[in-house]
Design a protein around this ligand. Structure first.
Ligand SMILES: Nc1ncnc2c1ncn2[C@@H]1O[C@H](COP(=O)(O)OP(=O)(O)OP(=O)(O)O)[C@@H](O)[C@H]1O
Ligand SMILES: [Mg+2]
Length: 460
């Protein structure tokens, strides 16, 4: 689809020349000669120009007054003004009102075109950003937190209340895979900072000595290798939210610096002299008992109290197994789409197994298991044999360290067992056929044949 350009120019000759020129540059052009017609066009014909190119003085008024009044309805359009010689005050006002630029008449078309291209890029970028934000908005609405259990309902209620409160910091606790990341996104995208950045830092994933510079940034020359100034994550999150995942992993020294920054909402970059001020909302997550860490002296009490103004605890899946009845069908549907399968029924025997398992990896584990089952299914019934819960059968021989567990209770055919073995070998070899062949002491050709026979995913 072509982008649309609205030209407002009362000199018909110039207006037509511009229209002809920009149509050749693949624009969808509309031309009007006064403000009234522009208003009519915008409201009645439902056009949404990404760019408005307008003469400054029009027969029925000044185009800047029109900009001021129309901007609300066109928040992601850019404006360029054509001005007469020497109208400096108008030009200044144009920029102040948020116009992209102005150009003096008579203007060369090539120069004008460059300006137009620049403005169009800016408008497209704004639209992309806005679209992404609204997608996130839908994807991370309250309904994204699925589950019918009382505990999950309470959690949803709590999140709903929090969406309307501008909290400064909050701690989410919960075992691994319970949905701390998801809850963070819901909080951010349903709150007043939704269109502002959400910046994540996993404190456990970054070496301790790099954490400080990641968080606070540094000035050029702050340490060997610091060639240019670097804005830290706190600064990147300005006006938005910073998500500090696994906050329990911060060391005491950095905890102190973070506390100071959080209390004062300003800090210095490493090697810097000036204070940088930020306005951030902090969400911290932990899968450990932070209070326990406070008692044992590993986590600063003052920081704990500062952050945990609000506490959200996400219970483990085993305490809310009713949620499975909503989570499982949803994950199956998602995986159907992703893998092109069409699982329609989930047998009772599968439900029994799902509901009697204790889910140490919580919802992430559930998702992974369902993905595996859907991927390996060969008809429309959810395949029980691929659930493969560890410790399902206490009497079963314990798999040796690098062996695998294959039940001999009739649930798997010899074919299925072959598939299990090959899939496991592929997993361990990062889906590489040669690597998997080596593990099974087979030739690459044999392996490729069997992988294809079982429709498994692989790489050469
Ligand atoms: N109630 C829920 N409804 C739907 N999906 C969920 C729910 N809870 C978690 N999930 C999904 O489960 C997966 C794991 O969740 P998430 O990454 O938020 O867990 P986490 O607590 O951050 O884990 P970790 O401690 O390992 O970082 C994600 O794909 C998330 O979208
Ligand atoms: Mg997480």
């Amino acid at each position: 689809m072509k982008d649309s350009l609205l030209i407002i120019e009362d000199e018909a000759l110039l207006g037509n020349e511009l229209a002809r020129f920009f149509r050749k540059q693949r624009w969808d052009v509309s031309v009007v000669t006064d403000i009234k017609s522009a208003q009519q066009l915008l409201s009645e014909q439902d056009i949404d120009p990404i760019l408005i190119l307008s003469d400054m003085n029009l027969p029925d008024g000044n185009a800047l007054d029109f900009l001021e009044q129309a901007k609300r309805g066109l928040p992601h359009s850019e404006w360029i003004f054509l001005t007469g010689y020497g109208s400096v005050t108008d030009s200044v006002r144009a920029l102040r009102l948020g116009a992209y630029d102005f150009i003096e008449k008579p203007c060369e078309l090539d120069r004008l075109n460059m300006l137009v291209e620049g403005a169009a890029r800016s408008a497209r970028a704004q639209r992309r950003l806005q679209q992404e934000t609204s997608q996130h908005f839908n994807r991370y609405g309250l309904d994204a937190l699925v589950g019918r259990s009382q505990k999950t309902k309470q959690l949803r209620d709590m999140l709903k209340q929090l969406a309307n409160v501008p909290f400064s910091s909050l701690v989410i606790s919960g075992e691994t895979g319970t949905g701390k990341g998801l809850v963070t996104r819901i909080l951010h995208y349903s709150g007043s900072r939704a269109s502002k950045p959400l910046v994540e830092l996993n404190c456990a994933a970054i070496p301790k000595d790099l954490l400080e510079s990641e968080l606070f940034g540094y000035e050029a020359g702050a340490f060997t290798g610091a060639k240019k100034r670097h804005r830290g994550l706190l600064e990147q999150a300005d006006t938005g939210t910073i998500f500090l995942d696994e906050i329990g992993e911060l060391d005491l020294d950095l905890q102190g610096k973070l506390l100071k920054a959080v209390e004062e909402l300003r800090f210095r970059r490493l090697g810097g002299e000036n204070m940088v001020e930020v306005d951030v909302q902090i969400i911290a997550a932990t899968n450990r008992d932070l209070l326990q860490k406070v008692k044992s002296g590993e986590f600063r009490q003052d920081l704990y109290h500062r952050l945990s103004v609000i506490n959200i605890h996400i219970p483990p899946l085993r305490e809310r197994l009713e949620d499975l009845r909503d989570l499982v069908p949803q994950f199956v549907a998602d995986c159907n789409i992703k893998t092109g399968k069409n699982i329609k029924t989930i047998p009772d025997s599968v439900w029994e197994q799902l509901e009697s398992y204790d889910w140490p990896g919580n919802i992430r584990q559930l998702h992974n298991i369902i993905e595996r089952c859907v991927l390996l299914a060969d008809n429309e019934v959810f395949p029980a044999q691929w659930l493969q819960f560890p410790n399902k059968n206490e009497d079963a021989p314990v798999a040796a360290n690098n062996g695998i567990y294959i039940p001999l209770d009739g649930s798997l055919s010899l074919q299925d067992m072959e598939k299990v073995i090959i899939q496991e070998a592929l997993n361990r070899a990062n889906n590489n056929v040669t690597g998997a062949a080596r593990l099974l002491r087979a030739t690459r050709e044999t392996m490729r044949y069997r992988v294809q026979k079982h429709h498994l995913k692989y790489e050469e």
